[in-house]
Each structure stands twice: as structure tokens, then as C-alpha cells.
Design a protein around this ligand. Structure first.
Ligand code: IFM
Length: 440
């Protein structure tokens, strides 16, 4: 009898979930779109000669901070029901321990503007950028605690206040951030080949995530928050199918890039052991804290791995398929592989980013159709994909690639939507209106 009652309760909970709408949305981040940036590591970095391909800086981003109403109207015209954006830590806390009430109020107004349009706000707390006062950046021992204090402040206001923002991601693409700053040198502080530092930064990000979660969960109704991370996940394949060394190297790459960080986020057990680098091993005291509620996936493509005879002994390259303006291979099948792999963790999966740099817009329509077809296939296999957020609505500042990479469904600049949005905008609108409506 009890079992029967439990089964009934479970199935009615499932039925309730099934009624929830699929999230169709777009994603962006603060410094990449807002304009008028405050003092941060990235604002300083972008001003250094040679750091950004076209010499642009976040100053040139299209002005989302002031023009958010218009951007949200455009999102509404797309019939979106979700909008992912990030909060600029350096705006909220321009000096250590001093919080800017005006900036908090401004973000609250933005969230309410989304709510007014029936669009669910989804907020990222850390998207690659640190306030300038955080000397030493992510390696600063204070970073986890300072980040958690900032996170608590923001969540208190945006969830505790009238905006009631429920959907959060603590970190965006933590491994990309660690590699960008300490291995390939494309992000501040620009170190190259320092895997020890990259691993230590990853550990710092895990600590920061858990510290923030601890504080967020303790807030009134904190248990009802929907918290996740946005992990960049990609299939790694051996370049030479006949080379056992390439197979081993791809396994290690996938383990390092996709899984090691996520495992630490899920368990509180940090265990980073890249061959040739120092091992970072630590067990965080996370027992009793509810970790993530959903798994956010940023998907952009796959990587081929090859062992070489000279340092750094591993080369990572793009596949043979069609390429975006940035030379990244377009590989929709990899989204299905990614979803299958991520499904092993048994969380609802939100595609927190997927998009293509395509100024001519000749590629984006097919890109959208093919990637969304992969979501259909994954859902057909029972994989719980709960939403798709396209990167991005309006062309953004693309880090070391600057303003040249055009990821937008719309161009930055004046004009009505039908003047500034690319043809694929209408395709996406059609998909949103006619395609998946509820979660499975
Ligand atoms: O623009 C970036 C974003 O900041 C993180 N994910 C990948 C996007 C495109 O490169």
C-alpha cells in the first residue's frame, strides 16, 4: 500500500514537472555586452597592446546596461521565456567590501523588466571577470570567500526581493577560464603553459562554488533556488585512430577538460592530477549541503587530440567539418554525444550556451536546425534536456577575438529589429514558436 502511494506521488510529481515549459532563451554576459565597464582584470587586460586581435575593448560592447529594455523587447519578439545574463562583480563591489546600492537596484530593475515580459531571468555570478581590487586574481587566497560574499549579496537582493530570481549559475566555463589565464595565455594574467597554476585556479573555483552555495542555501527559502554551473563540454577524439597514444591522450583530455572539475563540484572532492603537473587533492566539508539542481552545458564543438614528439607533446586541433568565422568546426553530432555523457550525472540538463560566429549568417540557420535536431534525438532517448539558450542575441565582445566575432542573431547598432537582426533570427523565432513546448 505504502509503495503504491509512493509510486502515485512520484508519478504525479513527474506529471507536474512535465507540465513545465521548455526554456527557450538566449545567453550573454556583463562585460561582453554592457558597455561602460567598471575596473576589472579584463578592462585593464584589453587595453594592453596585442591582447585583443582587433584592438577593441569592452567599452565597445553594445550598451546592454542602459539599453536592456530594447534587448528584452527583442527577446520577447522571439517568444523567448528565458534570458541568461551575468552580474558584473566589479560593478556591485567596486572596492573590496563596498557594495554599490545603485548597481544592485539597476540589476533588480533589469530582472523585473524580464519578469514583466514573462521571461525567466537566469543569472550567472561569475563569467570570467574579476574586480580590479582582487590582486592576484583567482589565485588570491581570499577569492573563494570574497566571491561567496558577493554571491550572497546579489542573491539576497534578486531572490529575496520582488524579482524572485530562482535560476542561477555560480560559474561559467571554469576550465576554459583556468586554461585561458594560465595555459594558453589569452586571458589575464596571460601565463603560458603553467598547468600547476591552472589546476590551483580550478581548485579555487571549486572552493568558491561551494562557499557560495553554502551561503545561498542558508538564505530564506534558499533550498528552492535552482543552482547549477555552466560547463563547457566537448567530445575529444584521437586524431589518428590507429594510434593508441592518441586514444590515451584523448581520454586524459576529456577527463581534464570535461570531467575533473564537474566531479569536484558534485562531490566536494578535488582531485586534479594532470600528467607532469602537481596533484591537487583536497576534500571540502560539504556534507549536508545541497549542491547543484541542474547541469548547465555550453556546447560549441569537438577537439582532436594528437601526441607529438616535442613539448608540449599534445596537440589539440579542430575537426575536418565546416568552420565558423573563428575556424571552429561545426559539429552538431557532438551535442548529442555531450548530452549522452552529461546525462550520466542524472541531473536535468540546461543548454546554457550554443552558438556560432557567422557574420554573413549563411551558416547559422542550418546550425540552429541541426543542433536543435540533436536535442530532439536526446529527448527521444529520454535525456532530460530542459532548455536551450542560444549564444547570443546581439553581437558581443568576444574576449581575445574582440568585436570581430559575430555570434549575434542581431547586429549591434541602431535600427528596428527587422533592420538589425539577421535572417536566422526569424528561423529561431519559428523554431521557438512551433517546436518543443514542454519538458519531458
Ligand atoms: O563568448 C563566449 C562566452 O563568454 C563563453 N562561452 C563561449 C562564448 C563564445 O566563445
Amino acid at each position: 500500500m505504502i509503495v503504491l502511494a509512493l509510486l502515485l506521488a512520484l508519478s504525479s510529481a513527474r506529471a507536474d514537472e512535465a507540465k513545465e515549459p521548455f526554456f527557450w532563451g538566449v545567453a550573454n554576459s556583463a562585460i561582453q555586452t554592457e558597455g561602460e565597464p567598471c575596473d576589472s582584470d579584463w578592462t585593464a587586460w584589453a587595453k594592453l597592446p596585442g591582447k585583443v586581435d582587433d584592438g577593441s575593448t569592452p567599452m565597445q560592447a553594445f550598451g546592454f546596461y542602459r539599453n536592456f529594455e530594447r534587448e528584452f523587447d527583442t527577446a520577447k519578439a522571439l517568444h523567448l521565456n528565458a534570458f541568461r545574463l551575468s552580474i558584473a562583480w566589479e560593478r556591485i563591489e567596486p572596492k573590496r567590501g563596498e557594495f554599490n546600492e545603485e548597481a544592485l537596484a539597476h540589476y533588480e530593475t533589469m530582472m523585473l523588466a524580464l519578469r514583466k515580459r514573462g521571461i525567466e531571468p537566469m543569472v550567472t555570478l561569475h563569467h570570467f571577470v574579476n574586480p580590479a581590487w582582487l590582486t592576484g586574481g583567482l589565485l588570491n587566497p581570499e577569492f573563494p570567500e570574497r566571491f561567496a560574499i558577493f554571491a550572497e549579496k546579489v542573491v539576497q537582493r534578486l531572490y529575496g526581493g520582488p524579482a524572485k530570481v530562482r535560476w542561477w549559475s555560480t560559474l561559467n566555463e571554469p576550465v576554459v577560464l583556468a586554461l585561458g589565464g594560465y595555459v594558453d595565455g589569452q586571458f589575464p594574467p596571460g601565463e603560458k603553459g603553467n598547468v600547476d597554476h591552472a589546476e590551483e585556479v580550478m581548485a579555487q573555483l571549486v572552493r568558491a562554488h561551494w562557499r557560495a552555495i553554502e551561503k545561498m542555501r542558508k538564505l530564506p527559502e534558499g533550498e528552492n533556488l535552482r543552482i547549477g554551473i555552466a560547463a563547457h563540454w566537448r567530445p575529444f577524439e584521437p586524431k589518428n585512430l590507429w594510434s593508441p597514444l592518441d586514444w590515451i591522450a584523448s581520454w586524459f583530455s576529456a577527463r581534464f577538460f570535461n570531467r575533473a572539475f564537474v566531479d569536484a563540484i558534485l562531490t566536494g572532492e578535488i582531485n586534479f592530477w594532470t600528467p607532469g603537473a602537481k596533484r591537487v587533492h583536497e576534500t571540502l566539508a560539504v556534507a549536508g549541503i545541497r549542491g547543484i539542481n541542474y547541469f548547465g552545458v555550453n556546447y560549441y564543438g569537438r577537439s582532436f587530440v594528437h601526441i607529438t614528439l616535442s613539448a608540449p607533446y599534445v596537440s589539440i586541433s579542430e575537426g575536418p567539418g565546416r568552420k565558423s568565422d573563428l575556424g571552429w568546426e561545426i559539429y552538431p553530432e557532438g551535442l548529442l554525444t555531450t548530452l549522452r555523457e552529461v546525462a550520466e550525472y542524472h541531473f536535468p540538463i540546461l543548454i546554457t550556451e550554443n552558438g556560432v560566429a557567422d557574420e554573413s549568417d549563411l551558416v547559422r540557420t542550418k546550425f540552429l536546425l541541426e543542433h536543435i535536431a540533436m536535442i530532439d534525438r536526446a529527448r527521444g532517448e529520454g535525456i532530460p534536456v530542459i532548455g536551450y539558450l542560444h549564444w547570443t542575441l546581439t553581437d558581443n565582445f568576444e574576449w581575445a577575438r574582440g568585436m570581430r566575432a559575430k555570434f549575434g542573431l542581431c547586429k549591434a547598432g541602431p535600427g528596428r529589429d527587422d533592420q538589425r537582426c539577421r535572417p536566422s533570427f526569424n528561423v529561431f523565432r519559428h523554431l521557438v514558436r512551433t517546436h518543443i513546448t514542454i519538458r519531458n
